[in-house]
Design a protein around this ligand. Structure first.
Ligand SMILES: Cc1ncc(COP(=O)(O)OP(=O)(O)O)c(N)n1
Ligand SMILES: Cc1ncsc1CCOP(=O)(O)O
Ligand SMILES: [Mg+2]
Length: 231
C-alpha cells in the first residue's frame, strides 16, 4: 500500500494549493443533492419544490434503517421526478437495489462492495461512485476499479453521519489535476463554507443537511447554493 503522505502535493510542494487552476475543459462545479436519512411519501413533492428553487445535477437516495423493499416503494415517484428533470438518480449502499430499480447508478462506501462487481451487475452506463474519505490511495484504487466518481470527506463537521476522516481541500485539486473522473466533496457543506471547496477543485458538492434542515426552508437553501455555484 502506498503511504498517502507520499502522494500529498502539499508535502512535496507547499505552494500547490495556491497555484491550483481548474482545467477550463472541466464542467463547473455542480450540486449533488442527498436525501435526508428518513423520508415519507410526501418527500417527492418536497424534492420537486427544492429542484424548482435551484438546480441539482444528481440526487442520491440515502435512507438508513429501513429495508430494500420499503426503500423501493418510496423510490418510485422520486426516481420518476429525477428522470423528468434530467437529474441523475443514484441509490446509496445497495447494488442489488440499484439494479432492481433501474437506477442511474450506485454510491459505494468502502464496505459496500467492489466497484467491479457493481459494474458487472449494472452495466457500462451506470454511474458508480466510491467513498474515499481523505485517502489518495483509496481514490486511485477506486479509479482503477472503474469508479465514475470519487468522493472525499467529511470536509466539515456534520450531524448527518459519524465521520472519522477530514481531508484537506487540496486533495480535490490533486485529483482533478491528475485524473479525469469527477471528484465529489461531502460533509457539512453549506452555502457559506462551500466556496473554498469549489476553489480547490471540487467537481460536485454533495449536500444533505444544509438543504433539508435549513430553518429558512429547502427552497432558500437551494437558491443559496445556486448563487454560490454561479447558476
Ligand atoms: C457522494 C457520497 N459520498 C460519500 C458517501 C458516504 O458513503 P458511505 O461511506 O458508504 O456512508 P453512508 O452514506 O452509506 O452512511 C455518500 N453516501 N455519498
Ligand atoms: C454521507 C456522508 N459521508 C460523509 S459526510 C456525509 C454526510 C453528508 O451530509 P451533510 O451534508 O448533512 O453533512
Ligand atoms: Mg454506504
Amino acid at each position: 500500500m502506498i503511504d498517502d503522505d507520499e502522494l500529498d502535493p502539499l508535502a512535496l510542494d507547499p505552494g500547490f494549493a495556491d497555484r491550483f487552476e481548474r482545467d477550463p475543459r472541466r464542467p463547473a462545479c455542480q450540486l449533488y443533492l442527498i436525501s435526508p436519512p428518513a423520508i415519507d411519501a410526501g418527500f417527492r413533492d418536497r424534492l420537486a419544490a427544492a429542484l424548482d428553487a435551484g438546480p441539482a445535477r444528481a440526487f442520491q437516495l440515502r435512507l438508513k434503517g429501513i429495508d430494500d423493499h420499503a426503500i423501493a416503494a418510496l423510490a418510485e415517484p422520486i426516481q420518476r421526478l429525477c428522470a423528468d428533470r434530467e437529474v441523475t438518480f443514484i441509490v446509496n449502499d445497495s447494488v442489488g437495489l440499484a439494479k432492481r430499480l433501474g437506477a442511474d447508478g450506485v454510491h459505494l462506501g468502502q464496505d459496500d462492495g467492489d466497484p467491479r462487481d457493481a459494474r458487472a451487475m449494472l452495466g457500462p452506463q451506470a454511474q458508480i461512485g466510491v467513498t474515499c474519505h481523505d485517502s489518495r490511495h483509496l481514490a486511485m484504487e477506486a479509479g482503477e476499479a472503474g469508479a465514475d466518481y470519487v468522493a472525499f470527506g467529511a470536509f466539515y463537521p456534520t450531524s448527518t453521519k459519524d465521520t472519522r476522516h477530514t481531508p484537506e481541500p487540496s486533495i480535490l485539486g490533486w485529483w482533478t489535476t491528475l485524473f479525469e473522473p469527477p471528484c465529489v466533496a461531502i460533509g457539512g457543506i453549506t452555502p457559506a463554507n462551500a466556496p473554498p471547496l469549489i476553489a480547490a477543485g471540487a467537481d460536485f458538492i454533495a449536500v444533505s443537511g444544509a438543504v433539508w434542515n435549513d430553518p429558512q426552508g429547502d427552497a432558500a437553501a437551494m437558491k443559496a447554493f445556486a448563487a454560490v455555484l454561479g447558476h
